[in-house]
Design a protein around this ligand. Sequence first.
Ligand SMILES: NC(=O)c1ccc[n+]([C@@H]2O[C@H](COP(=O)([O-])OP(=O)(O)OC[C@H]3O[C@@H](n4cnc5c(N)ncnc54)[C@H](OP(=O)(O)O)[C@@H]3O)[C@@H](O)[C@H]2O)c1
Length: 328
Amino acid sequence: MKAIIYQKYGSPDVLKLKEVDKPIPKDDEVLIKVYATTVNRTDSATIRAIPFFARLATGLFKPKKQIPGTEFAGKIEEIGKNVTSIKIGDKVFGFDDQGSESHAQYMTISEYKAITIPKNITYEQAAASTEGAHYAYNFINKINLKSGQKILVNGATGAIGSAAVQLLKYFDADVTAVCNTKNLELVKSLGANKVIDYTKEDFTKEEDKYNYVFDTVGKSSFFKCKHLLLSGGVYISSDLGYMAQNIFLPIITPIIKSMIGNKKTIFPMPTDVRGSVILVKKLIEQGKFKAVIDRKYPLEKIVEAYKYVEKGQKTGNVVITLEHNSKL
Ligand SMILES: NC(=O)c1ccc[n+]([C@@H]2O[C@H](COP(=O)([O-])OP(=O)(O)OC[C@H]3O[C@@H](n4cnc5c(N)ncnc54)[C@H](OP(=O)(O)O)[C@@H]3O)[C@@H](O)[C@H]2O)c1
């Protein structure tokens, strides 16, 4: 099969298109013919081994998995002898933050990480629906969000931000979303109650107060945003922050509560990918979630796709299409 291979960490130029053996599923795994995958910020961090301590999982000196890729959508071609929940011919999608090796024509994965695709969406839509939504939901399910609570989402046009706005709308939050001029209408269509154009207005100078500030692109900081928070308010970022401070602030902010008011930072570790994908599937079926797709590239042009993603300016998701006929 054709696959993207990398044998050392580095920039997207380490990625090479090669012919390799098709993988064989273990007893509890399925073999998937990949129709669509994505290049996302998780993939980019993985090939570069950022942050450095990620190497403890991905390989200290060189990558343990030589095929990158995390999100996938495709068709089951073979099943291991213990697989019971999925059958040959099923159309499935999913995300594995530990690497699914989906940047290839075929991949194998545990049956529990492959969820059947909602009806009437394309493989491209399915592949783009999981990573951003998982990280967004990882925040939402760790807070005690109540209907009508106010939340400001910075970076509402990223993979995480565009998913967060839709999920927060589903959970009936009052969403103020920050994005640039060209995407104001898109972000309103995702469900934002109010939009702030960051090219014209600095959201940290807002008069309004919020229960939560979610900086999905890590361009602000707790200290710049704390005056926006109501008492009991929570700041979160999906990024470590300029000095990796978002890891330490969850410990520090409760200690300095008397100085900063009853406000804190949280930095939850992402868990339960399967739960996130099942929720997204339900919302897609109900017409309440649709992945935003920016660009599509063929597998052969994946280096260009990574370079585009690394600019940090994609609108939603970047899809890699492996077959021309990708309609379900
Ligand atoms: N380490 C990991 O494994 C990992 C995994 C996933 C995500 N993350 C982190 O999580 C963050 C978000 O990921 P993502 O995939 O959602 O990002 P993304 O899709 O790359 O975000 C791009 C979007 O952010 C917007 N943006 C850039 N600068 C902005 C600013 N100053 N104010 C408001 N919006 C701005 C861009 O809008 P414009 O068009 O206006 O530029 C663009 O639409 C990233 O920092 C990423 O590093 C880390």
